[in-house]
Design a protein around this ligand. Structure first.
Ligand code: PEP
Ligand code: MG
Length: 324
């Protein structure tokens, strides 16, 4: 697939109306990094750090993690990597941690909730990330933030980790970005202060969609019932975009849907300017984006929504037939 799109690999994802969409890739292992080159992605918009924890049978040590993160940063060769701190619980279970017997793990003690309640691992991870950056730029984001207080508490952990590093005489990152993943509807209605305090926001569409529609992402039967291009879901995302625009907060989308060309097109038409996807999707998404005028897409979507269509998919697909 990458061969097929080789001719546009080094070209920007620039639409016919002159908008440039930043296409990033999702990763989780060092072995994914060579795809940065091959896919033409501008950076790693989501590095899922839990994969390193999931493939082991004991808790990794800080020195190991920091060596790994440093290899990831080197392999990225100066391109930005957004490290997502440990997102365990729910569907991701560590064999060496006592499983919590919860009736609804997806809505249970997971991700940043664990990180804040039992901060040992989060602290080790933040320190490992700071060490790995070794004076170079660093971007870190916290998963499953549902309210401003959780973001503030997580950021305080980062501040403490930095103070510790300074005391130990280690270099601090030349530039530090601390972001939040928006994966629950509640965060979209956080006070303005949240949008001002956060350095960037990344929409985790997989979880967001499951909580928006109350439809388990692991349950095919209900998951397929709701379209990502559902008018209500798009209206919700549009609202997030507007809030971020009002405060100048950088926003991206890193769920699987970002890698589906028609979805990516609609997100761009709504105003998203950064999408992170699996490496093999970068070519196809760029190919489509380079052929369209987003104002026209937006008009087709608005018409469908004004018509009362449940999803804009049919309208956009019909329109596309005559475009590409
Ligand atoms: C998401 O929820 O969209 C996301 C990117 O995180 P994960 O799929 O790892 O939960
Ligand atoms: Mg998620």
């Amino acid at each position: 697939a990458q061969k097929r799109y080789a001719s546009i690999r080094d070209l920007p994802a620039e639409t016919k109306c002159g908008q440039i969409i930043s296409l990033q890739m999702n990763a989780g292992l060092l072995a994914d990094l060579p795809s940065l080159e091959g896919s033409g992605a501008e950076g790693v918009g989501l590095f899922r750090t839990e994969l390193q924890f999931l493939i082991r049978n004991q808790m990794p040590r800080r020195a190991e993690l920091s060596a790994l993160y440093s290899r990831v940063l080197n392999a990225a060769g100066g391109k930005r990597v957004a490290f997502r701190t440990l997102d365990i619980g729910s569907d991701k279970v560590l064999t060496y941690m006592k499983p919590n017997d919860e009736p609804n793990p997806a809505m249970g003690w997971r991700a940043i909730r664990v990180g804040l309640d039992k901060p040992g691992v989060l602290r080790m991870q933040l320190q490992a990330l700071l060490r790995a950056a070794n004076g170079k730029p660093l971007a870190v984001m916290f998963p499953f933030i549902t309210q401003i207080s959780e973001f503030r508490a997580a950021r305080t952990e980062m501040d403490k980790a930095m103070a510790r590093e300074t005391k130990l005489g280690h270099a601090l990152p030349s530039k530090l970005e601390v972001g939040a993943m928006l994966e629950t509807p509640s965060l979209a209605y956080a006070p303005d202060a949240f949008f001002k305090e956060v350095d960037f926001i990344s929409i985790g569409g997989n979880d967001l969609k499951q909580f928006f529609f109350a439809a388990d992402r692991e349950n095919e039967r209900v998951r397929k019932r709701y379209d990502t291009l559902d008018s209500s879901f798009l209206a919700f995302i549009r609202n997030v975009i507007l809030r971020c625009e009002a405060t100048g907060t950088p926003l991206s989308f890193c769920g699987e849907d970002a890698g589906r060309p028609v979805e990516a097109l609609c997100f761009a038409a709504l105003g998203l300017r950064s999408l992170s996807m699996r490496p093999a999707s970068v070519g196809p998404v760029k190919h489509l984006l380079r052929r369209v005028d987003l104002n026209e897409v937006r008009k087709v979507m608005d018409d469908a929504m004004n018509n009362g269509d449940q999803s804009v998919r049919r309208a956009v697909a019909d329109w596309l037939v005559y475009q590409v």
